[in-house]
Design a binder for this molecule. Structure first.
Ligand code: AHM
Ligand code: MG
Length: 347
């Protein structure tokens, strides 16, 4: 019987080699290359902590809350510390911002500073940590404004179009890093024996059309009229105006839901609802929506608030929330059309 498991071939392209080749091609500089390497290394440490589960004593609540008023899990806090510690000393950053911290985090004075800003949601999908379902880290990189070496909150308030890099790591059956530096979206799988991310899908492509949607249906009664109508038409299936049957998936870990969409298409939405209307939405623009929007657009998909291209939203706050629609291009355009049609009917 032939072996089922085969070692990673020596010809495989590691993340390090991919980044060096991108640097040679003039698409990134050495600082950004090293910054991505440091983030990837931190994600490997988070992957190890997540993988230990109950054996590592890392499950359960931390007993603290974040600025959004959400209870923090031990792994939220640990992942945040791992990313902060790993990125403080490299000399590539003018500042960091995290979903788990009230304000941006300056680089300690003992270390040199650089020209980039790093933003992250250290462990997204917190409600899934204790039940052994995929969670992930989401990150993006901006340039510090000219002349800024010690970034303040306002320096991070740049539209998503300014991102020079975005990515996530999904801690699932395998650990994968999905990355864009503005030249396609590429997936790397962690070879746990070697400890190295290996390029496994170059140029992920999201099909334009789909028959799969992702939304938390329990919020249905709280949605606005255009979302109510859009999903009612999806559910009506072949007999309805869409003329085809749709399937539904909802992991409640954005990283896992977006990873499925990058792999086989679909639409992900977390719309405005009556519960989160005063906050502007549920998901965070800077740590979740914008990085995912860049990854999805780079794979041929689309990302919108329902009324505006996500990457063109001008942020007004570090922890700003937005409605999110992203994935297969034609399906996102359809959801946006429902919003525009509703708006046009308003007096
Ligand atoms: P988190 O950053 O606190 O984990 O919240 C974000 C998560 C997303 O990963 C996911 O899409 C969504 O919240 C799930 O929300 P809900 O539990 O309302 O379905
Ligand atoms: Mg999150």
């Amino acid at each position: 019987m032939s072996a089922v498991l085969t070692p990673t071939p020596s010809s495989a392209i590691s993340l390090t080699r991919y980044l060096i080749e991108e640097q040679r091609a003039g698409r990134i500089n050495a600082d950004l290359r090293l910054l991505i390497e440091v983030v990837a290394r931190a994600c490997k440490s988070i992957s190890i902590a997540v993988g230990k589960g109950a054996l590592g004593g890392v499950l359960g609540d931390a007993g603290t809350g974040n600025i959004q008023g959400e209870a923090q899990k031990k792994l939220d806090v640990l992942s945040n510390e791992i990313l902060l510690e790993a990125n403080a000393w490299g000399g590539h950053l003018a500042g960091l911002a995290s979903e788990e911290m009230d304000t941006s985090h300056p680089i300690p004075d003992v270390y040199p500073r650089g020209n980039y800003l790093l933003l992250f949601d250290p462990l997204d999908g917190s409600s899934n940590i204790d039940v052994n379902i995929s969670v992930g880290t989401i990150f993006s990189v901006l340039r510090a404004p000219d002349g800024v070496s010690r970034a303040e909150d306002k320096d991070f308030l740049q539209a998503g179009t300014e991102q020079v890099c975005a990515g996530y790591t999904t801690y699932g059956p395998s650990t994968m890093l999905v990355l864009t530096i503005g030249h396609g979206t590429h997936a790397f799988t962690l070879d746990r024996e070697v400890g190295s991310f290996v390029l496994t899908t170059r140029d992920m492509r999201i099909p334009d059309d789909t028959k799969e949607f992702a939304v938390n249906m329990s919020n249905q009664r709280h949605w606005q009229p255009p979302m109510q109508r859009y999903v009612a038409d999806l559910l009506a299936g072949q007999e309805g105006p869409r003329g085809k049957d749709f399937n539904m998936r909802w992991v409640a870990s954005m990283v896992a839901d977006v990873h499925r969409i990058l792999t086989r298409g679909g639409i992900f939405s977390y719309p405005l609802d009556a519960k989160c209307a005063d906050k502007g939405g549920k998901l965070r623009l800077m740590y979740e929506a914008n990085p995912m929007a860049m990854l999805v657009e780079q794979a041929g998909g689309a990302a919108s608030t329902g009324r505006q291209r996500m990457l063109e939203v001008q942020p007004t706050g570090l922890h700003q929330r937005v409605p999110v629609f992203l994935g297969s291009k034609h399906e996102v355009e359809t959801a946006v059309r429902y919003h525009h049609e509703f708006d046009a009917e308003q007096p």
